[in-house]
Structure formats: C-alpha cells, structure tokens
Design a protein around this ligand. Structure first.
Ligand SMILES: CC(C)(COP(=O)(O)OP(=O)(O)OC[C@H]1O[C@@H](n2cnc3c(N)ncnc32)[C@H](O)[C@@H]1OP(=O)(O)O)[C@@H](O)C(=O)NCCC(=O)NCCS
Length: 166
C-alpha cells in the first residue's frame, strides 16, 4: 500500500465495480459492453487491478497478454476527483511488475489528444511507435505506444518492482 492507496487484483467477483468505474470515467460511446468486460476480467485478471482509497474504488487497469511475450494495457482509468494523486502510475506499475519475466514488451493505444495519459506513459518509458489514423469511433487517431528493451528494465526500477513480483 502506498499513500493510503491499496491495489487489489481484478476479477469477475468485482465486475460490477469495474463496470461502474468505467461508466463514470469514460464517455458512453467509449465504454465496453458488459460481455467484453466480463471476458477481460476473466481472462486478464492476473495482471489487472483496481485501486482502493479509504474504502472507495477509485480506478482500475485491465492489462492482458494478447500474444506470447506481449502485454497490452486495454483500459486504464481513475475517477476525476482522485487524479494527480499517483493512482494511475500505481496501477500501471502494478501491471508492469506483475508481467516482469512474462513479457518482453507492453503496448497500448491512446488518443493523440490525451496529454495526461501520454505524459504518464512517457514517464514510465513508453515511446510512440506509430499513429493509427481514425482508431476511435469518433474518428480521432491513436498513438500506439510501446515499452520494451532497456526502457522496460528501467520501468522495473522506476516502479520499484520487488523480487516477489513477476
Ligand atoms: C490518465 C489517467 C489514468 C492518469 O491517472 P492519474 O491517477 O491522475 O495519474 P498520476 O497521478 O499517477 O500521474 C502520473 C503522471 O502522469 C502525468 N499526468 C497525469 N495527469 C496529468 C495531467 N492532467 N496533465 C499532465 N500530465 C499528467 C504526470 O506526469 C504525472 O506525474 P506528476 O503528477 O508527478 O506530474 C487519468 O487522467 C484518467 O483516468 N483519465 C481519463 C481516462 C483516460 O484517459 N485513460 C487513459 C486511456 S489510454
């Protein structure tokens, strides 16, 4: 636990809480269907987490292994009133540390306009690999970002991944 924020593994048992967070954080056009969320929580629970502060669920991350050796941050969100407290970073680090020794790269897509998220990812060593034109349903493009090689090793240090993880 850091700064009063506890991270718990995600799973089907808390799917309602994850769904509620998702709907409060993302626009209606961006939320995943219940069925897809259930699939994610079931298949990606090992490297997916929720953040709890003072008993309140304040954020979540869903990270999957979508092919051997590659982790994929599928969704990350923190309630607006709990941002800039380190929750997003803690969630990212939880997935990064969990996948240590399991994957050799972690990838994600992010809106080109999403400066907050891009800054967070850059601070952990993610680099923009390429742009995916019109990736989102409203036509906005995405950056495909990658964390690998020496940047991944540096991320383990930045995240203070313990030897017990990964
Ligand atoms: C992106 C998001 C998850 C960040 O969560 P957070 O808990 O606020 O992030 P942290 O407090 O851990 O911030 C870590 C770093 O990210 C960067 N960052 C976070 N918010 C930022 C902002 N609004 N502007 C600029 N940089 C920002 C900073 O470098 C920050 O470090 P600092 O606070 O020491 O300067 C959050 O803003 C969010 O949920 N946004 C809406 C959903 C979303 O866009 N998800 C990502 C989809 S790809």
């Amino acid at each position: 636990m850091r700064s009063g924020i506890e991270v718990r593994q995600c799973g089907l048992n808390i799917i309602d809480l994850v769904e509620d967070l998702e709907r409060r954080i993302f626009r209606p056009s961006e939320v995943y269907t219940r069925g897809f969320l259930e699939w994610l929580c079931e298949n990606c629970s090992n490297s997916s987490y929720v953040a709890v502060k003072d008993g309140v669920y304040v954020g979540y991350i869903i990270t999957c292994i979508d092919r051997p050796g590659q982790g994929h941050v599928v969704s990350l969100g923190v309630l607006a009133e709990y941002r800039r407290m380190g929750v997003g970073r803690l969630l990212m680090c939880s997935s990064i540390c969990r996948l240590r020794g399991i994957v050799d790269s972690i990838v994600l897509e992010v809106r080109v306009s999403n400066d907050a998220a891009i800054n967070l990812y850059r601070s952990l060593g993610f680099r923009i690999h390429h742009t995916i034109p019109g990736y989102y349903s409203d036509g906005e493009s995405a950056y495909f970002m990658v964390l690998d090689n020496e940047y991944l090793n540096q991320a383990y240090l930045k995240c203070q991944c313990g030897s017990e993880q990964g």
